[in-house]
Design a protein around this ligand. Structure first.
Ligand code: ZN
Length: 486
């Protein structure tokens, strides 16, 4: 690219020298004046004096020959011994940048954005780079007909200072106090070397006893999330939505998840140069460790809530493939499951062989069940399982989600033995498995209450089918999966 520009510049010089462009002489005269004016302006704004002849000539020639661009000439002024000897403080430096690059006084939000970075120790060169890389400076360069260009970054300091600012904001907004240096360094370094994510650091602050004691009131909790994670006050609409959700039973962890997974927080982490990370209701999933999906079909039943209690107590989740004809009587339970990050799958309305139905019949079975789930949770099922595992090209094409079978069949419906159900799981479980059980049988509920902590003790992360798919290659609508083994 650089070489290409050089060739173009040479060609332009050749064309002008040969006088091919009419009135070229006049054009060049104007260009001369503007380029020199740019340099004169830097003397006046940055150094506060008239140019000396030698300096003016040197900078102007560098600009005209392409040896330096407008950004680097300005950097030369700001890094000159003459400017440095003025020992300007951050406030004065920032005002000089605004005057030099934008020809104006600072706006409030821009000023605070940069001053917090400067005060945190971001290098002046990188702050200056923020100004020279802007569209506003580009317009100024165009008016002087100089090439804007760009300056090189000063080392990696931007990322580490950004990490420090991210942590400082959490201290201030979540804990309401100044950071203790040792604590801040561990957060900052974790973010910088990417052993920690924005999500895990934010979680550590928001759910610390110190912060929880300050946010016993729900309004205070949501406002703190806005300030600490988004760096802004809550808007009235957003605040009301979250408070209504909490009133409706949404757990604080789920509210936090909503903030972490938002586009706004994602963009903030990107701007800070840190990993956002994933947060799934009190669990952080490690993609490199074994994970499996427990699935329960044909419910809900009168004892399903016991499995949900056990999952919640162990910070685990599962997928319940519900029948619409049962789910219609368990909307509160569905809502609770959803608020805990437990997945609700579609198992049709009344358990037919989907492979024997036409498209219309398949759609009717799926959409009537989705309607119940949507009424309870606000959204449709994200996965489906065909009764008996019986599916066809027609059903696959019409269910609208991935089609999920299983890799371990406990045959719990057949033997109705708690011990056999446990043995069938523990005897063959592997990373990536999808385990089939039925929460309508008391023997299975008892087995699940044992299996959930036991599988975790053996090193398995218990995730939903959709999470398993997400970390193991994905699953598109209409595709059939019986496991996500690696
Ligand atoms: Zn079934």
């Amino acid at each position: 690219m650089k070489r290409f520009c050089k060739i173009v510049a040479l060609m332009m010089t050749f064309i002008i020298m040969c006088g091919i462009i009419p009135f070229a002489g006049n054009v060049i005269a104007d260009d001369d004046k503007d380029v020199e004016d740019y340099v004169v302006r830097l003397y006046s704004v940055v150094l506060g004096r008239e140019p000396d002849g030698t300096g003016l000539k040197g900078w102007t020639e560098d600009l005209k020959s392409g040896k330096r661009d407008a950004s680097n000439v300005a950097l030369g002024f700001f890094e000159s011994p003459e400017y440095l000897s003025k020992q300007k403080d951050n406030d004065a430096y920032l005002k000089d940048l605004y005057k030099t690059f934008f020809n104006r006084t600072p706006d409030e939000s821009g000023y605070s954005y940069w001053s917090v970075r400067l005060d945190a120790g971001m290098s002046r060169r990188n702050v200056l780079k923020g100004f020279t890389d802007s569209d506003e400076f580009k317009a100024l360069c165009d008016s002087y007909k100089v090439n804007k260009g760009t300056v090189d970054k000063a080392g990696a300091d931007e990322t580490i200072y950004n990490a420090k600012i991210f942590a400082d904001r959490l201290y201030k907004e979540a804990l309401g106090r100044d950071p203790d240096p040792a604590g801040r360094d561990s957060w900052k370094n974790g973010l910088y070397d990417k052993s920690m994510t924005g999500a895990t650091v934010a979680y550590g602050f928001i759910f610390s006893p110190e912060c929880m004691a300050k946010t016993t009131d729900d309004t205070a909790f949501v406002k703190t999330l806005y300030r600490a994670l988004m760096g802004r006050e809550a808007d009235q609409g957003g605040l009301n939505n979250w408070l209504n959700a909490i009133k409706g039973g949404m757990k604080r962890e789920k509210v936090f998840e909503g903030f972490v997974n938002s586009a706004e927080f994602t963009a903030i982490c990107a701007k800070f140069g840190i990993e956002r990370g994933d947060y799934h209701f009190g669990r952080t999933i490690d993609p490199n460790k074994p994970m499996i999906a427990l699935t329960f079909d044909d419910g809900p039943s009168t004892r399903t809530h016991e499995i949900v209690d056990c999952l919640e107590a162990n910070h685990a989740v599962a997928t319940f493939f519900v029948l619409g004809s049962n789910a219609q009587y368990y909307k509160e339970l569905l809502k609770r499951e959803d608020s805990l990050g437990i997945e609700i799958g579609n198992h049709t309305w009344n358990h037919p062989y989907l492979s024997r139905l036409g498209a219309e019949g398949v759609i009717e079975q799926i959409s009537s069940t989705n309607a119940v789930v949507r009424e309870a949770t606000g959204h449709d099922c994200t996965v489906m399982r065909p009764p008996y595992g019986a599916h066809s090209d027609v059903s696959d094409a019409n269910v609208g989600t991935p089609v999920i079978l299983w890799s371990i069949d406990t045959r719990d419906w057949e033997h109705r033995s708690t011990q056999k159900t446990i043995d069938n799981v523990l005897g063959s479980v592997r990373d990536g498995d999808i385990i089939l059980m039925h929460d309508i049988h008391p023997s299975t509920v008892d087995a699940a209450l044992y299996l959930i902590p036991e599988l975790q003790r053996r090193g398995y992360q218990l995730v939903t089918v959709s999470e398993l798919a997400e970390y193991r290659g994905g699953a598109a609508a209409g595709t059939v999966h019986s496991s996500f083994r690696r």
